[in-house]
Design a protein around this ligand. Structure first.
Ligand code: BG6
Length: 487
């Protein structure tokens, strides 16, 4: 076990009540993440109580957890670490009611001794969130606790306001951690470091120098076992109103007065307040051709599995700069990029045919993969006689730091932050309500879904949406030393 730097983990032992413990997210991310945090010594003491509809006992839950770790843990699971972790697990079926849950938490707290804290993690569908909150209240588990909520936080403005009001009847806002795992990704935090840790970029981070921005998150994945969830959610609610808008806020916000939760939320919320309501004419909704025949999908479903849109932020920094967002399932490549296109020079003195401008504008590109990369592309002279210009690039890869092994997976980072009571990378009720508000015209009058072939980049009309610009993806050139491609 490597030494854990002081102040990184919570000071107190933690009892985690994990709702949706046998579900997809829990198996893929939460159980492997908790295993990693415990095994690396980040948490001074821990007990995890799984809760779900499944009628299993603690051993049944342990078997599910072991299977999940074997399948999804990014680190090897040795017998000693597993035995240690397995001893921390307990299970309460939802049907057993508040007394059973209270009893299990009491036993866990007794075993930990001293002054422990509670973390309730709601990894459940939207309609199960409030019943879980009520169960926690009935079980008397609100004190000394924090609650981590998964999106979607409502499905429109009214439901979000109602959800927040009901939530606030039980938990105070400072106990609530609305998780958006994109903000836990190392490269998302690096946007803040890059923008505000350097004097070089911030002076050009505005409408005078930036032509447009793309936040592009195509996925090759399909629905997996999530048809039920996805049918009610769709790409806009699943990805845009959550992850992509949060990333947009990090890109677009003013420098906060301090790198602390309140000043950061204030600046992000100002971006959301300045966003122009989404005009359905600036939106392309798509559905891949075989979607309606999948298990659990309505044969006449209007749910979009793809969405591309143009957003505008009407403030001094960004007025007139379009932000193009795109995401979808079963697309040609899995990528997560932010690409900033700079304005082109006002006049070219280079001879015709020299190649200047021929490969698009200069770009700054962030790859949001866990082992992230950045690239700054520009025109430079091709070596040799005459004056021919080529697109060149400066590139940074996190691999170059030799510290890739230190990266915490997004959920690990955020669970640890919530245990420490640090809201910096979490979203607020106000921000979320505003995002539903700007979404209103789209939700009320969504354009019809257009079909696209699995393995493509979406419906054809995405090109009209972005014209006269072009989508950066697919990239034209290869990242240095990498498998993917950039420009
Ligand atoms: C989740 C969405 O929040 O994010 C999924 O519900 C999506 O549909 C996933 O696939 C993408 O996350 P990541 O970290 O794999 O890019």
């Amino acid at each position: 076990m490597r030494p854990v730097p002081a102040g990184v983990g919570p000071g107190q032992a933690q009892v985690v009540v994990l709702f949706g413990a046998t579900g997809d997210l829990s198996r893929r991310k939460l159980l492997p993440g908790l295993f990693q945090l415990v095994t690396a010594g980040f948490i001074p003491g821990c007990r995890i109580i799984g809760v779900s509809l499944d009628d299993i006992d603690a051993d049944g839950f342990r078997a599910i957890a072991l299977d999940a770790l074997r399948q999804f843990s990014s680190r090897a699971v040795n017998d000693a670490d597993w035995a240690h972790f397995a001893g921390m697990l307990d299970y309460v079926a939802l049907g057993a009611g508040p007394d059973a849950l209270r009893g299990s938490v009491a036993r866990a707290e007794l075993a930990l001794g001293g002054d422990s804290r509670r973390v309730h993690y709601l990894s459940v569908p939207p309609n199960a969130a409030l019943p879980a909150v009520r169960l926690l209240a009935e079980a008397g588990l609100v004190e000394r606790s924090r609650i981590i909520m998964e999106k979607p936080f409502g499905t429109d403005l009214e439901s979000a306001v109602l959800l927040n009001a009901r939530l606030h009847e039980v938990f105070a806002e400072d106990q609530i951690f609305r998780i958006d795992h994109f903000l836990g990704k190392e490269p998302a935090q690096n946007i803040l470091a890059f923008r505000f840790g350097n004097g070089l970029f911030e002076p050009i981070w505005n409408r005078n120098f930036i032509d447009h921005v793309q936040i592009d998150v195509p996925e090759t994945l399909g629905l997996g076992r999530r048809a039920g969830f996805y049918e009610q959610t769709g790409a806009y609610r699943d990805m845009v109103v959550t992850h992509l808008f949060q990333i947009l806020a990090f890109m677009a916000m003013e420098p906060p007065t301090a790198l602390e939760p309140a000043p950061i939320s204030e600046e992000k919320n100002k971006v959301f307040r300045s966003m122009v309501a989404i005009d359905p004419r600036n939106v392309v909704r798509g559905q891949y051709t075989s979607y309606r025949t999948e298990d659990g999908v309505d044969p006449e479903s209007d749910t979009e599995t793809f969405i591309a849109l143009k957003c505008l932020i009407d403030n001094w920094r960004w007025a007139g700069v379009p932000f193009f967002l795109r995401t979808g399932k079963r697309l040609a490549e899995g990528q997560r990029i932010i690409s900033i296109a700079f304005r082109e020079p006002p006049k070219s003195m280079f001879p015709a045919g020299s190649g200047v401008g021929a490969q698009g504008p200069d770009h700054l590109t962030f790859d949001l993969a866990d082992a992230s990369r950045m690239s700054l592309s520009f025109y430079g002279k091709r070596p040799g006689p005459g004056m021919r210009l080529d697109k060149l690039s400066l590139q940074f890869a996190m691999h170059d730091t030799g510290l890739v092994g230190e990266v915490l997976e997004a959920y690990e980072r955020l669970i640890l932050d919530a245990m420490r009571g640090d809201h910096t990378l979490f979203t607020t009720a106000e921000g979320i309500e505003r995002l539903w508000d700007v979404s209103k015209p789209l939700l009320e009058a969504p354009p019809p879904v257009r079909l696209y072939e699995p393995g493509s980049w979406g419906p054809k009309s995405i090109h009209q949406l972005i014209a006269p610009h072009a989508w950066r993806l697919p990239f034209e050139r290869v990242w240095r030393g990498g498998t993917t491609v950039t420009g």
